[in-house]
Design a protein around this ligand. Sequence first.
Ligand code: ADP
Length: 493
Amino acid sequence: MPEPNFFILGVILVLLTMLFAIFTLVKMKRIRELVRIVSNLNRSLEEMDEQAKLIVRTDMELNKTQSELDKKIAGLYTLQRLSRAITTTLEEAKIFEMIEPRRLEEMGFEKALAFLWNDKERKFSLPLNIGFTQQETQGVISRLDTEIALRILEEEKTLSSFSIEEAALKESIDRIFGMKAYVIAPVLPKHGERGLLFVGTDSADVVLTEGDEELVTILANQLGQALENARLFEQTWRAQQELENKVEQRTKELTDALEKIKIISKRKSDFISAVSHELRTPLTSIKGFAAILLAEKLGALPAAVKERLEKINRHSDELVHMINDLLDIARIESGRMTMKIEPQDLKNIVASVSDLITVQCKSKNIDLVQHLEAGLPPVFADRSQIDRVFINLLGNAVKFTPQNGKITIRAERDNDHVRVDISDTGIGIPEESLESIFEEFYRIDNEINQQVKGTGLGLSLVKNIIEAHKGIISVKSKLNSGSTFSFTLPIAK
Ligand code: ADP
């Protein structure tokens, strides 16, 4: 039997041992790698767990923020509705009625009180009470510390149960209202009584935030604005009422005065008519006798007597003229003057009155010019009365225009009237007399009037005649430059 080869056996054993060692080493390396992978995996798992927790936390916070946001939005909607109702109310007593309990609940409160401070009576009135029983209200009023309330008003700041820093103040307010969560905001109209709005809740679920404080502050501001509007409206309305009363009273006074003036004016016209009539009769005989004497039918007269008789005659003529004017004014004013209104051609009238006035114009070397619009329509007028208007206005123009001046007669269509302007380059009329010259007996105190006689009745008569024709008369003038008298007459249709 061959002897075992120990050498080969030994080599094989060594080789086997080495193989085993190598195998073991490789395995251990693998195991270490696996351990590292497992620990890495563990760490990732932990990190993921952390992240999952973070996500859950964030989600919860988001949910909370969302519900707060929802609450805020709901509150804002309610506030908007309330604001619209409040600010469109113009009756102070109704403003607080707009805050209904369900609206208050939508804002997260179930109780509310509003106070207005009357400075004169030194006390609060209570225009709003939601949720407080009569007994509770009495309690609040009896505990309401005026000093604290006025301090809140003075400081013009909103206070809430979670934001009052001064412990003593919080304690007092808690005690006065007996509520856990609340907001107190000042109501500050610019005029009149100012006040406080208190809203509160005892609900355990409600946690008040700055958002609630803001909502109540806005509501209180809206109340202040609405009170201001209502008070201004009340003032304006009262002022308007007073004004209307005054206007009514004044209108009545004016109507009464006008009635009186009408009566007086009628009496004046009647008086003037009566006196004028009475004067006319003796005047006619004076004139008649003067005429007989002047004709020397009763014998020749000495020159001095003749001269005086001529004066009597001339003055009597002037008096007759004046009396006639006065009688006519009185007749027109009282509507007793009968007029023969017919279509008249102004061209004819202007031609004939210009003829009459030409001699006077020539004596002063005054240029008389006419500008009549072509195709002028006929006007409704009483020929003799309109002649008087022209003669008076042209007579004055000549009288008050110095040598070498100019008088212009202009006529043109003005809607359904014809307007006539008589302009001169005379002495003019002072501004303060422009209205008065149409009054009876008014004459301006100037050199010409001192030298030339006049009655101050001409323009009054002219105005009456024009107005009786449903026309208008006016004057424009510049001192030392000239005057323009304008009148209108209706077009004949
Ligand atoms: P009388 O001419 O008789 O004084 P009127 O009534 O016609 O009375 O006129 C009143 C006054 O108006 C005149 O005295 C005169 O002072 C002023 N007046 C009228 N027309 C003119 C005029 N064209 N230019 C300046 N003053 C005038």
